[in-house]
Design a binder for this molecule. Structure first.
Ligand SMILES: Nc1nc2c(c(=O)[nH]1)N[C@H]1C(S)=C(S)[C@@H](COP(=O)(O)O)O[C@H]1N2
Ligand SMILES: [Mo]
Length: 416
């Protein structure tokens, strides 16, 4: 593809006069093997894998929340979303040090001479602009979101979704355009970027320096160790937000599993959602051919089921809990609806983006999907959705609607 582009436009673009080639533009200005093609390609491969995994898990979460007609997400295994979303946030966080390492490895390329080389070089350098811009934007907005800090004016999920496509598109162009260099860099022997295309004595000299350093291996090993430590430190201090055995070292994770009212973190409090005065006039309405209207006492008199299911927030924290309440499928059946009817679950909350969610047939039909009255053996705390909340297996936390007051057939809210 790039060869065709160069043929079309002429392989060489005019170079600026040689006198301008000073300072970092000098030939061999960056002789360190840490800036070699080999380092750039290997660091890039690790970062590329992290980006790809992060993109695919993020796309999965998006599809679950905004399913097109061809997409269904299963209700089993109950931990699947917990794993995909935990992986999304963990790979995103690990990509922060990886991106810094990669940028440090390749920054001498900024001083490439001649600056424009050939048309394919221009495309490649422009794609890097997009790549660095979109990649940085994704990592920063993701980080800010999991810290629940919204300093920007745009809606996070929409921006994060579209920038994700731009980032992964730029990665693909970058890999396509640089395929020969990447292949060379991943092969056993690399050449420093500074010697690329050089022949004769000077090139041979620089390559000898590079090979000696690679063979001797000290800076390379220290570099790989330092990069590995940085990624390890970021992961170890945050992944405990979802991998509970590591909760004790999760000093940078915004939430700790098991910590919160009734042993569970809270995302949106009752007071922020303005659901504070649930009175004796509370009713659950289930719309259908035989409309149900149930008081809290009615709900408590019905057969109670107990399930152990996680809350898995899109923000990457998750926590298992024991829930008791009535089966959603039983209520649907009693209201005269087939138990796998797609339904909308509505909250007492009057505003907010997450007051309504859609329960798709696999989850509506699952015998493990409950409208829970109890959490870990006690009535729900107001912050966990008193008097009634939805809890379904393998579903994003944002779709586990709290303070439920109405269930109606049809798609309505998030997940529709
Ligand atoms: N009505 C309503 N339900 C809601 C929310 C909300 O803002 N409003 N937040 C959701 C989100 S984002 C998560 S992660 C879970 C968290 O449940 P918890 O606060 O009981 O842990 O509740 C969900 N249910
Ligand atoms: Mo969430």
């Amino acid at each position: 593809m790039t060869a065709a582009l160069d043929r079309l436009l002429g392989a060489r673009l005019p170079a600026p006069p040689e006198q301008l080639r000073r300072g970092p533009f000098r030939r061999g200005a960056f002789p360190s093997p840490l800036h070699s093609e080999r380092r750039a390609a290997r660091t890039g491969a690790v970062l590329g894998i992290a980006f790809a995994v992060c993109f695919l898990t993020g796309l999965t979460s998006h599809l679950i929340q905004h399913p097109p007609s061809w997409f269904t997400w299963p209700a089993s295994p109950s931990w699947l979303y917990r794993v995909t979303q935990g992986t999304h946030v963990a790979t995103g966080l690990a990509s922060i040090p990886l991106l810094l390492v990669k940028l440090w490895t390749v920054y001498p390329k900024l001083f490439e001479w001649p600056p424009a080389g050939s048309p394919s070089r221009v495309v490649s350098r422009l794609s890097i602009l997009f790549l660095v811009g979109a990649g940085t934007m994704q990592l920063i907005t993701g980080l800010i979101n999991i810290s629940e800090w919204y300093p920007f004016g745009f809606f996070f999920t929409v921006a994060h979704y579209w920038t994700g496509w731009i980032a992964i598109g730029a990665v693909s162009v970058h890999v396509g355009v640089n395929a020969p260099e990447i292949r060379r860099g991943l092969a056993r022997r690399g050449v420093p970027a500074a010697t690329e295309g050089l022949t004769g004595e000077q090139g041979a000299e620089l390559r000898a320096v590079d090979e000696a350093a690679e063979i001797n291996g000290v800076p390379r090993r220290a570099f790989v160790l330092a990069a590995g430590l940085a990624v390890g430190a970021v992961t170890l201090t945050t992944v405990g937000q979802t991998v509970s055995p590591l909760a004790r070292v999760s000093v940078l994770g915004p939430r700790i599993p098991g910590l919160g009212p009734q042993g569970l973190p809270v995302r949106q409090t009752a007071s922020r959602a303005r659901v504070t005065d649930v009175g004796t006039d509370y009713r659950l309405v289930v719309d259908g051919p035989h409309r149900l209207e149930l008081s809290l006492a009615d709900l408590q008199r019905r057969p109670q089921r107990t399930e152990r299911l996680p809350i898995a927030c899109v923000e990457g924290w998750s926590s298992n809990a024991t829930w008791s309440g009535v089966r959603l499928g039983d209520l649907l059946e009693e209201a005269g609806l087939p138990p796998d009817t797609e339904v909308t679950v509505e909250s007492l909350q009057t505003g907010g983006l997450y007051r309504v969610s859609t329960v798709s047939p696999p989850h509506a039909r699952s015998s493990r999907t409950l409208l829970a009255l109890q959490l870990n053996g006690a009535p729900l705390a107001p912050d966990h959705g008193f008097p009634l909340r939805l809890i379904a297996p393998d579903r994003p936390g944002v779709m586990q609607t709290k303070w439920v007051t109405r269930v109606a057939p049809g798609a309505g809210g998030i997940g529709a």
